[in-house]
Write a protein that binds this ligand. Structure first.
Ligand code: ZN
Ligand code: ZN
Length: 389
């Protein structure tokens, strides 16, 4: 069945006002300057491609580390309502058994997925547990460890992992990167205090991305505390200096100031920068006390409804959806709307190999669409051209 979506289409490089997107059987068929007469138009202010979140831990009371299909569906339904049509459920620190339960739960939902399950799942972001000891942040330190080949080889063999994080300075990090690269993953360095030299070795092993820029990563100051003088370049300089490196920002307005978001836009740009939520289970939940990670063994934090934090220690990831990140980035920077949306759609799609079918409004791609209001709120979500939220 053909459907006609009319309004301002958000393309990766420009806006197309007063155009019509034609879909058929779940795919985008064409972009028309004028719709044929006599057809029913579905009107919207803006039409955006569905967004892709490569770094997200949960929502609506559920953390993926809870390790049940019910938790995966609860989180993915909530994330879909905020505009994420595709998500990469993200692990944190925990036991091997807890991580295995997450892989199993995500695998089950993925195998039998329908739009009623919420956002699509192309694969998992294997994020924890290989964090640096001094950069564990809000995650449970008991579940942190150096890379264990017997553990990650079994997990990579499932074929479910598409993004793989490891702190570059850990013993065994390069072997982990080689193994994850063979499994087709985007390789990323996060929760790390790596030096330039450690980043360069990781880069040779295929590492190309850094998790949540400026958060839980090395800086000139953190390396001075580790090594003294002469001061050394850090993960920040390494990303800025290498056009092949990409990264992501938590644009919730609480983690990074408007000038840092604007700096990231100007210095890194929409083809190397993703918008992520890094949201935890407190998204769409009232302010209160919550657990980051597995509900029994994870780390306690507080949500005030704006952000997660550990009193006296610092932030504990976000409690906002991608729609909020898009609005914050739009307000904080001089970036055109097409560039803002690209950071939430085509750029994460390209980095994870999904851009052949997802990430932009282009003929041949899946009709995952968002109707956005003039104030960039999500009015409706379509999966395969059909209303889903
Ligand atoms: Zn993190
Ligand atoms: Zn995270």
């Amino acid at each position: 069945m053909r459907r006609y979506f009319h309004g301002t289409l958000i393309l990766p490089d420009r806006l197309l006002p007063d155009h019509t997107l034609l879909t058929e059987d779940g795919l985008i068929l064409d972009i028309l300057p004028a719709p044929p007469s006599g057809v029913d138009l579905i009107h919207g202010h803006y039409w955006s491609p569905g967004w892709i979140d490569i770094h997200v831990h949960g929502a609506a009371g559920a953390d993926y580390m809870d390790g049940s299909p019910a938790a995966v569906r609860t989180a993915n339904r909530a994330l879909l309502r905020h505009g994420a049509t595709t998500v990469f459920p993200t692990t944190t620190t925990g036991s091997t058994a807890e991580l295995a339960a997450l892989l199993d739960a995500v695998g089950q939902v993925r195998r039998h997925w329908s739009p009623a399950d919420g956002a699509r799942i192309p694969g998992i972001h294997y994020y924890g547990p290989y964090f640096a000891e001094d950069k564990v942040g809000c995650h449970s330190p008991a579940g942190r460890r150096d890379p264990l080949p017997a553990e990650y080889e079994a997990f990579l063999a499932t074929g479910l992992i598409r993004i793989a994080t490891c702190a570059a300075e850990l013993p065994g990090a390069e072997d982990f990167y080689y193994a994850a690269q063979s499994a087709g993953c985007l390789l990323t360095c996060g929760h790390s205090n790596a030096t330039w030299a450690e980043m360069a070795r990781a880069f040779s092993a295929g590492m190309r991305h850094v998790d949540h820029f400026w958060c839980a990563m090395s800086s000139v100051a953190s390396l001075r505390a580790r090594y003294g003088t002469p001061m050394q370049a850090s993960m920040e300089q390494f990303v800025l200096a290498h056009p092949d490196m990409s990264t992501e920002v938590i644009a919730d307005g609480c983690h990074l100031s408007p000038e840092l978001l604007s700096f990231a836009w100007r210095m890194i740009g929409p083809d190397r920068l993703c918008l992520v939520t890094d949201a935890n289970r407190a998204l769409d939940m009232p302010p209160g006390e919550y657990i980051f990670g597995h509900h029994l063994t994870g780390a306690p934090f507080t949500s005030d409804g704006r952000v997660g934090f550990v009193p006296g220690h610092g932030l504990a990831s976000s409690v906002q959806g991608l729609d909020h990140m898009v609005r914050t980035m739009h307000a904080a920077t001089a970036a055109p709307l097409s560039g803002i949306i690209r950071m939430a759609s085509l750029t994460p799609a390209r980095l994870t190999g999904l851009d052949g079918s997802f990430g932009s409004l282009a003929p041949g791609k899946r009709a995952d669409l968002l109707h956005l209001t003039s104030s960039l709120h999500v009015a409706a979500v379509y999966l395969d051209g059909l209303p889903a939220a």
